[in-house]
Design a protein around this ligand. Sequence first.
Ligand code: ADP
Ligand code: ASP
Ligand code: MG
Length: 462
Amino acid sequence: MTRTVLKFGGTSVASPAALQRVAEIVKNTRGHRIVVVSATAGTTDALIGAARAAEGGDAQTAQDTILRLSDEHRNLIADALGFESADVLKEIADLTERTTALLQSVAILRECTARTLDAIVSYGERISAPIVAAVLNHTGTKAEALSAEGLLITDDAFGHANPIVDETRARASKELDSRLGYGVVPVVTGFIGSTTDGVTTTLGRGGSDYSAAVLAAATKADDLRIYTDVSGVMSADPRVVKGAKPLESMSYAEAAELSYFGAKVIHPRTVLPAVEAGIPVRILNTFAPSDRGTTITSNTDKDGSVVKATTSLGGLGMITVQGAGMSGVPGFAARVFDTAAAERVSVMMISQSSSENSICLVVPDDATDRLKSALERMFNAELQRHDVEKIAVERPVAIVAAVGEGMRGTPGVAARVFTALGKASINVVAIAQGSSELNISLVVMEKDREKAVRLIHEEFHR
Ligand code: ADP
Ligand code: ASP
Ligand code: MG
């Protein structure tokens, strides 16, 4: 029997009408089905807000948020079913009580570790799974909600945990196979997992896609379908570019580049487990399920396009370490990167110019000041001697990336990108081209970000 993993994102589970669509999609899917769900749209953000408020000592705001979320979910399930389900209401009440207690402890301690935050944000997926399972049962599909704790096993990197494949495979087949055999659809919480000791972890923001891919690989699924609120991966973020079009297919490598550079539609790490297991991934629209969507595969069919999609990532700062005394000094770049690593700052993009003797690093904006100070300490002697002239910061900046397999070996792509931006007088602050020739990424000032995306999109998608 074929086995399909269906993942439904935040907007797909946030209203009675959406839940109805979900039920129809699951019913119309043949074979064994495993459903993975996100928290309802906005819930994870709200939980993080509550945790931050509690950490700042504002227990009342945290309490108000959790009660509002609880009420919203009680109303959601009552409206979706047309009656009050005692089981689901009990589940919501228990989880709310537990999360309220966690937030109170945070408010008393005025401290919220990554581990505690994971326990708090897990509330979102843990209440959406029973809601989805109840709607499936009510519409004639036998279903059971399951927490991924004890099922999707990870290391203890709280906030961005890494799945442990072998453990997950063993647990998943134990928990899921028998249920599938009885014709039950497991509805598994996305985004969360647990350590081997059973401590709750999360896979990082947007991580439900990743959960779905890990579970698809662990259960040897034939197919992974990621249902969201747009009809596939588009040639640009549809909120920025009105004329953006869904892409019929793309390679894993293209999808990985796109998601890395900000296309929120799929989680950056999602594609890996599916690639390795050779499972085709489709991005589909819950609200238009017969639209073709985007198929992500390992082979890279040339479809004649050069730049397939243009994307952007904001909220960044750029640090440039510059100085004539740097040229030919071995180990200089290594010291720059070691400093970033010691500060635990993740570097989004690097660009080095040989003529100007400079290295630039693009990092999350909130890490810019910290990294600049650390670099000044590291290069204190060089700064005094003027071997390093300055450590400069530009912010806020954004990375704009043009992605496509067709760029490989096609001359003049970069020139077209720069001409398009130059004509509109957009200043390009730095450039990097991946050695895979799959993307060209540029740094622009944040204010120019959306315009730059539109101009590049227009140049390649006329
Ligand atoms: P879900 O909750 O279903 O996971 P997300 O909000 O995480 O949904 O991702 C879907 C959203 O990603 C879309 O509504 C769209 O606004 C945004 N998005 C950004 N870039 C792209 C792109 N290139 N193609 C499609 N959607 C994109
Ligand atoms: N609920 C989580 C988030 O908002 C995971 C997800 O939706 O994929 O980040
Ligand atoms: Mg998402």
